[in-house]
Design a protein around this ligand. Structure first.
Ligand code: GDP
Length: 313
């Protein structure tokens, strides 16, 4: 089993690559739930959904979120009625939130609901939260304490971040299936996701960090920064606001003791100071499916895991 820790877009791209170069039935993706929130009465899990849509081939490459072939009748109607429309929910996307909300309301766990949605969408790799209990990212900013989506979507990451907290993390119970999978994995991959708001909420669940530190499996992280810049999103801005150098090295240092291998673009890798992990220099920008597969092969090769020979896509 390969276990991959992932946020949304950056993580999902590598997860898709991994699903193509390794038996997808032997891939477990642990998804960030720090971005989850309740909106318009609906339980929304943005990173789980990005993974579901990406792995099902339903993702919207133009928007970078939501589904392709989307329509917006519900949002337009909501707007006409004076409802809240700052968080855009397409009609098809909305249906997924309705299904999730109803199953959660009926008493199913987030893990069970996610698993059912995944099967319905024909996705083979398993996707699980680190915990069924809510873990919610809160940002202390120059505009006050903000819930994640208030910061990320409503205020478009404009506020300067001073500190980040994960409400509920201290008492969240880790999913035994996740802890067991990490303990017995062939390799653990930390995807090129935002370390502070996509990976840290996973690591904040009690037992997760210890499981990663204890696993005999190689732990491989991929840098989400290329040439000191984020491909998308606030990673670089956030690092400078937190007083960190905006470098792949600072990302590696952030994961520090957990890593065995760190994959970064050749220029970044060359500039890495001594870190307590083996550095793998490789192109990490994933535009095409071929890029995603190539990076997935490099990650698995570093971990000593055999890859499928079929090329696909
Ligand atoms: P979010 O939850 O949708 O913001 O997604 P993630 O946290 O998974 O992804 C955001 C991070 O992914 C950003 O730091 C990006 O720089 C990084 N990222 C996105 N695409 C790529 C890529 O093709 N290669 C690499 N190395 N990083 C990427």
């Amino acid at each position: 089993m390969i276990v991959a820790l992932s946020g949304g877009i950056g993580g999902a791209k590598l997860a898709l690559g991994l699903a193509h170069v390794h038996d997808p039935a032997e891939l477990l993706i642990v998804a960030n739930t720090g971005d989850d929130f309740t909106h318009l009465g609906l339980a929304i899990s943005p990173d789980i959904d990005t993974l579901l849509y990406t792995l099902a081939g339903l993702d919207n490459p133009d928007l970078g979120w939501g589904r392709r072939d989307e329509t917006w009748a519900a949002m337009e109607t909501l707007e006409a009625l004076g409802g809240e429309t700052w968080f855009r929910l397409g009609d098809r996307d909305l249906a997924l939130h309705l299904a999730r909300t109803e199953m959660l309301r009926a008493g199913h766990t987030l893990a069970a609901v996610t698993d059912r949605l995944r099967r319905r969408l024909g996705v083979t790799p398993r996707i699980l939260p680190a915990s069924d209990d809510p873990v919610r990212t809160r940002l202390d900013t120059d505009q006050g304490e903000l819930d994640f989506q208030e910061y990320f979507v409503h205020r478009r990451c404009v506020p300067a971040v001073r500190a980040i907290a994960f409400a509920g993390a201290a008492t969240a119970r880790p999913l035994p299936a996740v802890i067991d999978a990490i303990a017995t994995a062939e390799a653990v991959v930390i995807c090129p996701s935002n370390p502070f708001i996509s990976i840290d909420p996973i690591l904040a669940v009690p037992g997760l960090r210890a499981a990663l530190a204890a696993t005999p499996a190689p732990v491989v992280a991929v840098s989400p920064l290329i040439g000191g810049r984020a491909v998308k999103g606030p990673t670089a801005k956030m690092m400078s606001e937190l007083g960190l150098p905006v470098t792949a090295g600072a990302v590696a240092a952030h994961y520090a003791d957990l890593l065995d291998f760190f994959v970064a673009d050749p220029d970044d890798a060359a500039a890495l100071a001594e870190i307590d992990a083996s550095v793998v220099a490789a192109p990490t920008l994933m535009r095409s499916l071929a890029d995603k597969q190539a990076l997935a092969r490099i990650v698995l090769a570093a971990a000593g895991v055999p890859v499928l020979s079929r090329t696909g896509g």
